[in-house]
Design a protein around this ligand. Sequence first.
Ligand SMILES: Nc1ncnc2c1ncn2[C@@H]1O[C@H](COP(=O)(O)OP(=O)(O)O)[C@@H](O)[C@H]1O
Ligand SMILES: [Mg+2]
Length: 365
Amino acid sequence: MTQFKIDITFINREREMAELRNYLEGRPNSILFLYGPKSSGKTTLMYRLFEHMEAEKGYKINFLNLRKIFLTTSDDFIDAFFKSSSSGNGLKTGTRRKYSLFGLFKLDAFTEKMLKKRQEDPFLVMEREFQRLLKKGIQPVVIIDEFHKLDGLYLPDKQKRLIVELMNFFVAMTKESHLCHVIIASSDAFFIEQVYVDSKLRKTSKFMKLDYLEKEDAFAWLRDIKKYNQVQEYTLDKQQIETIWDTVGGSAWEIHSILEDLFQYSLDAIVSKIKREKVSMIADWTFGDEARNCLLRHFRKQPIRKLAELAGTGKDLLGQAVKDNILYYDPVDGIYGIQGKSLEWGIKGYFEEVISSLFLNNKKG
Ligand SMILES: Nc1ncnc2c1ncn2[C@@H]1O[C@H](COP(=O)(O)OP(=O)(O)O)[C@@H](O)[C@H]1O
Ligand SMILES: [Mg+2]
């Protein structure tokens, strides 16, 4: 087996894991939306949950990560849902080929054919499968990651929006008939907001936020990289740990990236590179546009602002900043914030270096 200089790790998340398990151990009654800033660890957490629960009897967890699927029409989605298990490992029983839902639920050849010809309603097929599993004492669970990717897809008949139809179906499966648990994850704040402002969905859903790692957890990790990442070559002292936290906060991906770079560069060099990159990212984004500068000024000293404090800022511009991953939006708390600690440095540096030097040059000229 390959020996890595540095391995990946999984820090804490016990509370969040317990919350997910608690949801799964109850009778299905609501859809659970897992949301949070980009790279906060949603996908990782769900894969962990999936691994844990899969080992236990009594659950059939169907995990669909839409990031991995190329979606241009609703057919692509249905194909991914009702993936044929016979194509891969040739599961055959006599002449009847077995097909499965997510590669897990077996469908008979007839149903599969009807589905392919779109003569069967995929939602009915799913419901039948859920009922069949429940009769055997197995609780079905559906997990869909990057759910917002379905936006813009339409069902062939009557041009219905796939995302709306699926959501209605999941409400029926959870709150109404209590057949199946549904966990939906998305980093797209505006998708979550759409769900949150829809009174019907809001009443039938739970919202769980996954934020970056807490300081305590990040520190525990960095104090023992030998244990967590199997790093043998170096350790970090208190000052270095403070510096890393101060630069990227609890963003696990960025912390890991720093640990990797430390094999080659000094921490000072790494930190100043990160800050420079973020300054130029901000400069690229504003491109000198005064409205954008003005928006970022709100966040210069205070990285988190309530929606009400941003009154007067164009809603479209705020939306664009979120889409471009400059700002983060929490629809449940009605809060806007900078997307991560390192970007706070980018905004700070942008005003100190770029804007003030422009100002000085203008004065000189
Ligand atoms: N609890 C954790 N401990 C350590 N690393 C983590 C943890 N959660 C996520 N990561 C790392 O952070 C990165 C981003 O995680 P990911 O699950 O893709 O985020 P999201 O789905 O929220 O965008 C991954 O490289 C992952 O390995
Ligand atoms: Mg993800």
